[in-house]
Design a protein around this ligand. Structure first.
Ligand code: IDP
Ligand code: MG
Length: 149
């Protein structure tokens, strides 16, 4: 089953929106298999966002993601990667579709509340970056038979 990394970014944590994000993903039917509150170090931030190094917003992005604690999570389900991306909305909240997390709670691209892996390779690499295998829990959910076929 597909897994994806989700981060409630510092603004989501500071604004008390952790529960809102979790609730939306839970209601969607996805299963939470890992979660922790952490402070992202400079080194981890550079590893995670290395692909954006050199872009004009890079330094600001590093400052943003390291500015306060974040909640990192792994969510599992069929097509979880794309499903989370659609639930998040476009990178720029101004362009995100109404009903998405970024549209419902965001105004600026620099404060867009949530991260979600953008493909199978990045999901695998990002999950490894934040979680050891022992920190991920493979569990049976009693509601699964009402959610899956
Ligand atoms: P994503 O988070 O929707 O996958 P990416 O293009 O991977 O978007 O960018 C990573 C993060 O970098 C964004 O979520 C946002 O926080 C920040 N970012 C991306 N583009 C810009 C920009 O043009 N200005 C400022 N920040 C940006
Ligand atoms: Mg991205």
């Amino acid at each position: 089953m597909e897994r994806t990394l989700v981060i409630c970014k510092p603004d989501a944590v500071q604004r008390g929106l952790i529960g809102e994000v979790i609730s939306r993903l839970e209601r969607r039917g996805l299963k939470l298999v890992g979660m922790k509150l952490i402070a992202i170090s400079q080194e981890l931030a550079h590893q995670h966002y290395g692909v954006h190094e050199g872009k004009p917003f890079f330094e600001n992005l590093i400052r943003y993601i390291t500015s306060a604690p974040v909640v990192v999570m792994v969510w599992q389900g069929p097509g979880a990667i794309a499903l989370v991306r659609r639930t998040m909305g476009s990178t720029n909240p101004q362009e995100a579709a109404p009903g998405t997390i970024r549209a419902d709670f965001g105004l600026y691209i620099e404060r867009n509340l949530i991260h979600g892996s953008d493909g199978p390779e990045t999901a695998e690499a990002e999950i490894k970056l934040y979680f050891t295998p022992e920190e991920l829990v493979d569990w049976e959910r009693s509601t699964d038979r009402w959610i899956s076929r």
